[in-house]
Design a protein around this ligand. Sequence first.
Ligand code: MG
Length: 391
Amino acid sequence: MHVTAIIAAGGSGRRLGASVPKQLLDVGGRSILARSVGAFDRHPAVTELIVALPSSLVDDAPAIVGPTTRPIRFVPGGATRQDSVARAFDAVSGTADVVLVHDAARPFVSEDVITRAIDAAAEYGAAIAAMPVSDTVKRIERRDPAQIIVETIPRESVVLAQTPQAFRRDVLRDAVALGRSGVDATDEAGLAERAGHVVHVVEGERANVKITTVSDLESARAGAGTGEATAVRAGIGYDLHRLVEGRPLVIGGVTIPSALGAQGHSDADVACHAATDAILGGACLGDIGRHFPDSDPQWKGASSIELLRRSAAMVREAGFRVLNLDVVIVLERPRISPFVERIRAGLAEAVGIDAGAVSVKGKSNEGVDAVGRGEAIVAHAVAMLGRDRCE
Ligand code: MG
């Protein structure tokens, strides 16, 4: 099944009092928009991504959103949300079976909610995520300056609509066409209903909040902001290589002048190998040997910093982010202290985190054992990983 996700981020609303549109505001180290796009990019059923943005942001959008694993297109939004979704719909692949529409302002949407919406749209034609109402609901009339209650509505008969809203492509085409004929609605489900389609409801989630007010933004930041609040996994890595003549000594992607170098396939970079195992381990994604086996010629002579970069992308795709990395290199000679800052910067760049979150320490083995005799180099690494969404 081909599933296209439209992320509606066309508004240039500055209601939150910031100098940038709200979808660019930071929540826990990433923009609201990047988080919303990431939720769909990680979803196993999603095939392609289309983001409707204010036209002034389209050129910078790839840098704002960052790399994705699925094909992504950016289209200029229109004057209203409805216009923006219509323009995005024009960019949907002709092979799409199901099209999701999601508000960029809901960055904490979960894989489960997306799955429910896709499955229901595939089966019934149209479905939206929605939440039951726990408060008593009253219909009011305004009799200026007062408001009076004219009816108490059974709360079982109402739900609060969230996104994603999901449609078979032909159903959304009808909804978009109705919108273009001049009918206004606050969401695509409203247009689909008026076009004569039955829209189903699937269970939303309380965490799938729409960030609309300053208070919403503060709550989101409190929930997703700090490393401590989201730290959920630790990973450990270890590596050893023999030291031999005629090989370069590469540590964390930095070639260090040395009489001896590390023996092995690839560049035998113990720091990268230990760091790779630490981040993969924290995400329970196996180890470096499973993803980049020695027996596969495509990894022969591969740069280990590139394997670390690829592993960090896998970790992100699995929904984690690396919060920090601590690496110990055990090596009798030469001393690595003059190179530590370059090694930290290289590891941080490959993992995609700040160099301030990467520590590299050199140790000697005090002449003891094979490492102490200069016959081998060892690295240990510990990584802390966080869940990259509010849970
Ligand atoms: Mg190794």
